[in-house]
Design a protein around this ligand. Structure first.
Ligand SMILES: [Zn+2]
Length: 120
């Protein structure tokens, strides 16, 4: 394996590299190890494994799902079983509203802000 560019390929298949080093590839039937590199030129080698590109939709044909905000749950009735009300964030919103109606405040996060962590 060399990183030097191939200067020319002779008729018998011998490669002549930029530093005049010569190498004739072993025929497939005489190889001791199989060729693992896929024929697809877009294949990617990562951690010793070859990965083929996925068949995905083009960017202009992709459609993102409609999003529904968590605050929608506060407009719904209690024990609503819809998709928005079953999220864990909906329970947090309900708990925070219940606490604020009873004069308590639930902090958004117990974690200290990044600046405070850096100072300590
Ligand atoms: Zn609901």
């Amino acid at each position: 394996m060399t990183h030097r560019p191939i200067r020319r390929v002779e008729p018998d298949g011998t490669r002549v590299y930029a530093d005049y080093h010569r190498y004739k590839p072993v025929p497939v039937e005489k190889r001791k190890t199989r060729i693992r590199k896929p024929a697809n030129p877009d294949a990617i080698l990562w951690n010793g494994n070859w990965y083929l590109p996925l068949d995905v939709l083009p960017e202009d044909q992709r459609v993102m799902p409609e999003t529904r905000p968590d605050s929608l749950t506060l407009e719904h009735g209690a024990r609503c079983r819809c998709e928005v009300c079953q999220r864990p964030e909906a329970a947090v919103l309900w708990r925070r509203r219940h606490a604020s109606q009873n004069g308590r405040v639930i902090p958004a996060s117990r974690r200290r802000p990044r600046e405070a962590r850096r100072r300590a």
